[in-house]
Design a protein around this ligand. Sequence first.
Ligand SMILES: NC(=O)c1ccc[n+]([C@@H]2O[C@H](COP(=O)([O-])OP(=O)(O)OC[C@H]3O[C@@H](n4cnc5c(N)ncnc54)[C@H](OP(=O)(O)O)[C@@H]3O)[C@@H](O)[C@H]2O)c1
Length: 288
Amino acid sequence: MQTRTLGDMQVGAIGLGLMTFDQSGSQPRQQLLDTVTAALDAGVTLFDTADAYGPGEEKGEGAQGENERLIASILDELGVRDRVLLATKGGHVRTEGGGWDTDSSADHLRAAVDASLGRLGVEQLALWQHHRPDPDVPYDEVIATLKEIADSGKVARVGLSNANPEQIRAAHAVLGESLVSVQNQFSPAFRSSRPEIDVCEELGLAFLPWSPLGGLGDAKALADKYPAFAEVADAHGVSAQQVALAWELAQSPVVIPIPGAKRPQSVTDSAAAADLELTAEELARLDG
Ligand SMILES: NC(=O)c1ccc[n+]([C@@H]2O[C@H](COP(=O)([O-])OP(=O)(O)OC[C@H]3O[C@@H](n4cnc5c(N)ncnc54)[C@H](OP(=O)(O)O)[C@@H]3O)[C@@H](O)[C@H]2O)c1
């Protein structure tokens, strides 16, 4: 698989989103082990989790950290920690009843980093991302906390998520080379992040499209909803999902999509997008 730059690292151009990895429902652990193995076999090296990811629709705060614990245990069982750049996030909290809230107070973000270090069992987080702006905390204050966290040495690289161009520029001005990435929504269904992609390209930051296939509810129906993607897919004999990811990669050399998958077939298919070349004509059609 071709690689792309994330700060001082090279990672596979397609990553793996872990948000839906859990053992609570219909996913036997072996399936998750097989999915991680398939990802690594295909050249995927960037794995994305968050402290707020967990199965706990009904478990509220109890869900906090479950996904981190699960992926750490899976990587250890497979003995593949050193082959993966495991990215996590802080700044979201789970509430009773399956809800999500934000907390970007300095105390919470500091504690979130410490808790992720403990759950992942590492001395330094490879990439720690601020999950989402908190309406109750001015972004400049968040940036100051991120700078303190970067300077603490507890995180090797800092990322933003759900940030607008102004916030990205402000963070870059303070964090400098510690800031390596921005993770925002981008897909055939959600194309309004182009300004953020442009800023990332200008500043040399990686741009990680989240829900790059349209999210859990829509990913499987991509071909039905976007006929141009289905037609280009037919011409290449591949899936419309693979075309969507190849189209995203073609937006800019800084783009590294992180499609979610809990089945090996999904990640193997998505990873092949890194080697799918679309013509200028096809790209123009998909842009349309
Ligand atoms: N920063 C944020 O605020 C934020 C918000 C949302 C998500 N995220 C990140 O983005 C990642 C991905 O987002 P997402 O899971 O919401 O949406 P997504 O990647 O757009 O869609 C995931 C769905 O696509 C299916 N899929 C994956 N590859 C496929 C393929 N090649 N062909 C057919 N179906 C395929 C998966 O199926 P199977 O599961 O059955 O394999 C899953 O149902 C998350 O895991 C998380 O890391 C971040």
